[in-house]
Design a protein around this ligand. Sequence first.
Ligand code: UN1
Length: 509
Amino acid sequence: MDTQAKIDVKRETAALLEKLGIEPSAYTGGDLASFTPVTGEQIASIKTHSATDAEKIIDKADEAFRKWRLVPAPKRGELVRLLGEELRRFKNELGRLVSIEAGKIPSEGLGEVQEMIDICDFAVGLSRQLYGLTIATERPGHRMMETWHPLGVVGVISAFNFPVAVWSWNAALALVCGNAVVWKPSEKTPLTALACNAIFARAAKRFGDAPEGLSQVLIGDRAIGEVLVDSPKVPLVSATGSTRMGREVGPRLAKRFARSILELGGNNAGIVCPSADLDMALRAIAFGAMGTAGQRCTTLRRLFVHESVYDTLVPRLKKAYASVSVGSPLETSALVGPLIDKAAFDHMQKALKEAAANGGNITGGERVETGHADAYYVKPALVEMPKQVAPVTEETFAPILYVMKYSDFDEALRDHNAVGAGLSSSIFTLNLQEAERFMAADGSDCGIANVNIGTSGAEIGGAFGGEKETGGGRESGSDAWKAYMRRATNTVNYSKALPLAQGVSFDIE
Ligand code: UN1
């Protein structure tokens, strides 16, 4: 496949950053090399922050928070409305930068920015709806209610695969909730973070009097992330990444009684039942498993297909795998872009080897040559497995779909739930009993359980996150905002007596 770069990615990146108002000094001559997975070449070098810089940034954010929390919430919403406007204005530039830095195909790069716009719109509405309850009290002449207050500095740690949307889910909510944000993006995607920062700065300028330091970026490696995790000035850290990362971050936050929103690994599965609409299932499975080159936390990784439809569906799937176009997202209309780096490619090959050793029958999986020695393109792999054994039970962040045959629904459901992760899941069926069972208490144990749609591509309106080793956090829609605020229960006595609750008497002379 000819995906030889005819464009100058480095020059295009510089032009995009210039459009966003970012000076070349911000992305040249630094110590963090930034690469594009599209060609594997280095496109920038960014200055990293030291631990002392990080402390200062957090201090500044804390000062900003103290002012911002006093601004009425609907006014705070106005800043997020402007952020949404600026994102609309720079959607093409930011989307393209996502394609350059994370390797997403154009519609997915733009889709990610759309997800940012959507959460801004959601948060603007929310800024007038940070509702607390009024609660019936047992005492006469009393009133009980709850009030939601801003929390403090929110730390955001994000991964390369959604380099901008995950920040926005957290930032849009945190800002309307009256908090400041300090964001440590993945070392693999610092440029898109600088771009978001510049877009936010435009919104803040239009807003007029937003305190300085309300949203800042921390560039650096894990040590810088640790400053954020350990800072007593950061009451909440929202961290997206591997389960291994979550196992370190979670206990450190718990130790200082800080809150965490953990969005960790997924090993998402689908069940295709006898009555399934197979055309629909085929398309959903193809996008879920091959889209984003298998690098979504919601990517479909396991598929249980009923024996009665296995021989119809699986050959069609294999055909789709054989014909899917793989290539440069910048110059071709391929549906599958590159893996992020060599390590991702090696992990994929290792998993395929293990699958073969455990009886797997592999279609695809081989490297696709593009003339760029340091770019890693692969044919997505479909692996028919005799049963659910390693490596099926582990998440490999690459386009591998393990397909297994089932005959008994309960058994399929048991296998479905028999992995560590619990993020997203799907069932394909036209049978009401199966669909409802999948969503019932003894059905899918995931944070997301879908019927007749794939596991990936969730809308921002729902709470996003998963159970078990996925970490239990919820971001984005529904009432996820509550994690970004502190709740005060208020009891007011407007009577002239002091009745004690629970009938206690304590009468002093
Ligand atoms: C992720 O991969 O970290 O549901 C997030 C989806 C996207 C978000 C994925 N809306 O696939």
